[in-house]
Unconditional design. Sequence first.
Length: 139
Amino acid sequence: MFKYEDLDVLHYLLSNLNWWVVEYHVDGFNFHSLASMMYTHNGFASFTGDMEEFYNQYVDRSAILYLILANEILHTLHPNIITIAEDATLYPGLCEPTSQGGLGFDYFVNPHASEMWLWFLENVQDSSWSMSKVCSFLP
């Protein structure tokens, strides 16, 4: 966890992203486990999908601002870069452009879907899979 509101920390994190692209020609970033960054409870709460959960006192606004800045800077300096958000909370606007109030990610991965597939493969014969359960996990 970082202190995102500290300008030195913010500068370090943002310049570090650019350094990886310039120095090692990285063409994308996977921002893993965003819930641990975006919420002061580190994502260890149950989410029902109510909009209030995404904009309440537990949201770390400084972390949200960092993610917006990271995407804006990366896409401005390196237009071909890809950013991927791994988020289990289905945060609204995750892949919307920053110019439209979103966080600016290109893609998002829901880790619950891969966990569901693993559970099915280990515990249920493919002829017995519940299609309603499969479809309910896929956004």
